[in-house]
Design a protein around this ligand. Structure first.
Ligand code: MG
Ligand code: MG
Length: 261
């Protein structure tokens, strides 16, 4: 069941998303060679608590972190730990918060020091896929319009598409209907209506599509161990516009012209 949000709920979700944006900006600027992902998790817990929120992932189905931190070949659901980041790595920081009962969800893949040009391209294309998905997420369109836009960018750049995990409704819980796949499948294809809040989140592999789950039962990695990237925003659909609720000022560095290169 897709939950259409009231204007009061939308205001609460917008605030949750704004706060999450500030947390992610702090985390992004904290990434440096030599730090551990556990350190990022500590920062997240402290920042979220200082803002009056709660980490949405902590304890969700037993997940032990406030963040999912996924390094290089890790796609999603990496558990923060003692592994140190090296220059040339990429780390995906995925975070959700609950503020005043309202949920937000956003992810970014961050370069650690200087990264190889081909990895830079992977990040640029994944960000572009997200932006194209956002452009397709207008009232009256359908979920498949978002999926198709994302899939097309990924495929025309020769990358792998992660299929078993996808975007989703969000706002009153961390995962709500509908599912928003990053490819056009045979699942439900509802029309986008005013009052819907969705998380759009392309996960893109430099190599093949296939993924595996590690022994810890959480960490999803590429089957061929190629590098993976993941960008996610929470959006609200209105009659006359779509608002990217988790958009951060720091993203202005990545203009559409730049990402489409
Ligand atoms: Mg997320
Ligand atoms: Mg999500």
């Amino acid at each position: 069941m897709i939950r259409i949000k009231t204007s009061r709920q939308l205001a609460g979700i917008r605030e949750s998303c704004r706060l999450l944006g500030t947390v992610l900006e702090t985390l992004e600027s904290s990434v440096a060679p030599g730090i551990t992902t556990e350190y990022l998790d500590e920062i997240a817990r402290r920042e979220i608590s200082a803002l009056g929120g709660t980490p949405a992932f902590l304890g969700y189905q037993g997940f032990p972190g406030a963040l999912c931190t996924s390094i290089n070949e890790e796609v999603i659901h990496g558990i923060p730990g003692r592994r140190r980041l090296n220059s040339g790595d990429v780390v995906t920081i995925d975070c959700g918060i609950i503020y005043d009962g309202y949920y937000s969800d956003s992810a970014v893949t961050v370069p650690v020091g200087a990264i190889a040009p081909e990895v830079e391209r992977l990040l640029r294309v994944t960000r572009h896929a997200l932006e194209e998905g956002i452009l397709a997420a207008s009232r009256g369109n359908r979920v498949n319009d978002i999926s198709r836009a994302i899939f097309q960018i990924i495929r025309e750049n020769g990358y792998g598409v992660v299929r078993p995990y996808c975007g989703h409704g969000v706002g009153l819980a961390i995962h709500e209907d509908p599912q928003i796949p990053n490819y056009v499948g045979r699942g439900p294809n509802p029309r986008l209506k005013a009052g819907m809040v969705i998380a759009v989140e392309p996960m893109v592999n430099m190599g093949r599509d296939e993924i595996e789950v590690l022994e810890d039962d959480w960490t999803v990695v590429t089957a061929d161990r190629s590098i993976s990237a993941h960008f996610e925003h929470t959006l609200a659909i209105f009659n006359d516009r779509t608002e990217v609720l988790t958009r951060r000022n720091s993203e202005l560095l990545h203009s559409t012209a730049e990402v489409s290169a």
